[in-house]
Design a binder for this molecule. Sequence first.
Ligand code: MV4
Length: 506
Amino acid sequence: MFNKVLIANRGEIAVRVIRACREMGVKSVAVYSEVDRTSLHVLLADEAYPIGPAPASESYLVAEKIIDVAKRSGAEAIHPGYGFLSENAHFARAVRGADLTWIGPPPDAIATMGSKTEARSIMMKAGVPVVPGTPEGIRDLDEATRYAEEIGYPVLIKAAMGGGGKGMRVVHEPSELKESLDSARRESESAFSSPIVFLEKYLEKPRHIEFQVFADNHGNIIHLGERECSIQRRHQKVVEEAPSPLMTPELREEMGRSAVEAARACGYQNAGTVEFLVDQNRNHYFLEMNTRLQVEHPVTEMVTGLDLVRLQLLIASGEKLPYSQEDIKLNGHAIEMRIYSEDSMENFLPSTGKIRYLKPPDGFGIREDAGIREGDSISIFYDPMISKLVAWGQDREIAIRRMRRALMEYRITGVRTTIPFGIFVMENAAFREGNFDTSFVQEEFDVERLVERSKEREMMVALAAAWHHKQGQSISSNNHSESTTQPGINGMQSGWRKIGRKANLR
Ligand code: MV4
């Protein structure tokens, strides 16, 4: 095992890796930009080194600086976290070139999976189902027209070197093809420095289900079950859960096999995620492979009981996978809600500023992975994620109730957050029934209703406090009635009484 590991990241994932290192007796080296000098990950690490000004392009994305700190500090390995340089094959090669261990997949696997067309081609050869589409990038409009006729409309234009929806265009009929092709190429060029696009059959309202895979350096590959990630906003995952409410043992067996074969086909090692789209007939199709540890890895940890970062370090140090596929058992249900400093009521507008008060929820089955503390400021330079809130329950209904309770306890002042959106999701009938797909947010989220309820709540505070103040009486809290925010979840204290009592006590 390593004696010292450098974490080339910041925020909650840096904290997460530092904690795993500490539990394993591995010294941790943090790197930080000027605005992160007093950040939590710097405080928790055994050593910390400055790597430059706030802009990531001058700090967390500068490979030479990070490798230089690793050499100077005597770190033997680098963990990239997610984002930044985590899927940069050049960086992975440079780390290895500096005689340091890269805690991640082989650089060639990163490069191959970074090209969506190359990834599709490898998966087709490996017998992994892919969405019907073009074998490689489209040369011109004529070729696009021929392929679109062959595949059948609607078709989806996608960027070959991209992901996350940039450069994607749905084309419903031939007359739209030229304009969509041109605009997709332009967007792909500006976002990924490559105009190469390809076509796929457009799947209407698919579900996004991804499988966690682990491969060691000795040819052993297993999967750790799936994560449902269909609740996304502008291709940004917001709520993830494990297991998927859609899953059956048979479908898990089938998709798990595809995921393991996908990893084998690209010579994978370490932690990876194979993303699938699942259509309304429960057919699964390879979408892409993420060659990093994902933001949402905690839901897999909660239901498998495994520490995925610990596994990454073991495998990177050359050890064999300590588990066979038969050892992997899923227990209970976990839901993760990403808490962003974005205003749920104002179309998720970024909300920057200082976190004046922060009181995370806790209690049985609640985990909060945070990278910032009360008093920290949400910077404009980085992703506005404050924390990840994870709720575990022995079944999905309990996990949903627990997540809702935790979100209602979560106190943050100083910035607006996505907490109200999370409460909306936990109270939404379609979500609670497991009956949702990637169109959930656009079809179910009614921001006006959220604003209305928020105003009702504010009015309640005023009226209830005034009433209690006038009564000057103590309040019995033993009579339960419907919660003001959620008719039907009984057993919750009356919102009026709770608010009035708190206001009165204040
Ligand atoms: C698709 C699709 C439908 N049909 N591909 C979105 C970003 C990138 N990860 C791929 N995405 C999609 N690819 C075909 N052939 C629908 C989406 C999609 C989506 C996929 C997963 C989760 C959320 C999504 C939101 C919009 C579109």
